[in-house]
Write a protein that binds this ligand. Structure first.
Ligand SMILES: [Zn+2]
Length: 143
């Protein structure tokens, strides 16, 4: 399977908001859902839906199903969808962990992982995480 030729665009303030939530939640992981649109080529993230992390202990996250449901409802009302999720790795790497892989299930779901000042993007497809291209210019205005 070839790596997906997909890219990610974040609306203004999205990356900063994730890093702020990560700092506030540390040493626990912050988590939430990504609202936006996916046209097959570009994941366009337009809003965040912070969620409660139900996981016990550090180094894990489990999005509260009630928050997940509410996020989907809100996104749908705006004509968008939930296209992915985000969480943080306090003091860790901006990469998907074995726990993340075990918890992934939705094919084509966008994953953003924040660690320190780095935000990395992956798409879950075919049972693994594929890194998505994220250059210095990937954080742009949604217009
Ligand atoms: Zn993780």
């Amino acid at each position: 399977m070839a790596a997906p030729a997909e890219t990610v665009v974040l609306a203004d303030g999205i990356a900063a908001a994730i890093h702020a939530q990560a700092a506030a939640a540390a040493p626990r992981e912050c988590c939430g859902l990504l609202e936006g649109a996916h046209d097959g080529q570009v994941f366009c993230v337009t809003a965040l839906h912070p969620a409660r992390n139900l996981a016990e202990g550090e180094g894990r996250f489990e999005i509260d199903p009630a928050d997940h449901f509410a996020a989907r409802r809100t996104a749908r009302a705006r004509g968008r969808g939930i296209i992915g999720c985000y969480h943080s790795h306090p003091g860790g790497q901006a990469a998907a962990s074995v726990h993340d892989l075990a918890g992934a299930g939705e094919d084509g779901f966008l994953w953003l992982v924040a660690a320190d000042d780095v935000l990395a993007a992956f798409v879950y497809r075919g049972g693994r995480f594929w890194p998505l291209a994220t250059g210095a210019d990937w954080v742009t205005s949604s217009g």
